[in-house]
Design a protein around this ligand. Structure first.
Ligand code: OAD
Length: 242
């Protein structure tokens, strides 16, 4: 069904499921473990304070993995959607990988941070650091204030996601809200669907399993995003013959 025209305001929220077919494991696939680690150990400020070596080497491993993975057809489909909608599409991702930007999405917010970037614990300068020297297991010091140590530019549990004001404003005003590959467990991201629904947006879900908040969708498509999203996007924008 043709759902969109170039003036439709759309917010897309993506989660780990959209990168699964690129070979990056989702968070809740293995009984609360993320690549064999408890989330409390590697994704909290307390974990970082308790064992910075473990947390640093964990994220360095995830950063190095970016060099081995590629965007999949679901990422590409969202680039096509942006080509059609222009600035009327805001893509909000919970993913810390760089696959949306490598596919070519521009109007993109990484609400949980980015693996590609590091941030000084003292002066808070953010640097893009993907050269060999930045990918090793030794700590990297800040170039701006040499006593500062760099930490992953990742939002850990209990920390505030980035750009929430801009995200909330876009969700408040959107006509269509689409959530892809997210389990609906982690707030505030999981709450955006309910906000969109209450504000009258048409809400669509695309996920392998029904997520926690499935009842808020007007339309739910169950399957692998890389397999079903390209056709859905073609339908939403309407193809040439229509
Ligand atoms: P989850 O691991 O919680 O959920 C991934 C969802 O993707 C699940 O519902 C799967 O069924 C679905 N899925 C798996 N493969 C898929 C595929 N090929 N196509 C479509 N769906 C698929 O990941 P998120 O919801 O992204 O936060 O997790 C949210 C946040 O929790 C993450 O951003 C991270 C984590 O702790 C931080 O790091 C701050």
């Amino acid at each position: 069904m043709k759902l969109l025209n170039p003036n439709t305001r759309v917010v897309v929220l993506t989660g780990a499921g959209i990168s699964a077919e690129s070979g990056i494991r989702t968070f809740r696939a293995a009984e609360g473990l993320w690549e064999e680690h408890r989330i409390e150990d590697v994704a909290t400020p307390e974990g970082w304070r308790r064992d910075p070596e473990l947390v640093w080497s964990f994220y360095q491993g995830r950063r190095r993995q970016l060099l081995d993975v590629l965007p999949n057809p679901a990422h590409d489909a969202l680039v096509d959607l942006e080509e059609y909608l222009g600035e009327n599409l805001l893509l909000v991702t919970q993913n810390v990988d760089d696959l949306h930007s490598r596919a070519g999405s521009n109007n993109l917010i990484h609400m949980h941070g980015e693996l590609r970037k590091l941030r000084c614990e003292l002066c808070e300068v953010v640097v893009e650091a993907m050269e060999g020297v930045h990918l090793q297991d030794d700590f990297v010091t800040c170039q701006e204030c040499p006593t500062g140590r760099l930490r992953p530019h990742i939002v850990w549990f209990t920390e505030m996601p980035f750009d929430m004001e801009k995200i909330n404003a876009a969700v408040f005003e959107c006509d269509v809200f689409i959530a892809i590959g997210t389990s609906g467990h982690v707030y505030p991201a999981a709450g955006l669907l309910a906000i969109a629904q209450m504000r009258g947006a048409y809400c669509i879900g695309v996920n392998l399993d029904p997520p926690e908040n499935v009842d808020f969708f007007d339309e739910f498509h169950q399957g692998r995003a890389g397999e079903i999203l390209p056709d859905l996007v073609t339908q939403w924008v309407g193809n040439e013959e229509e």
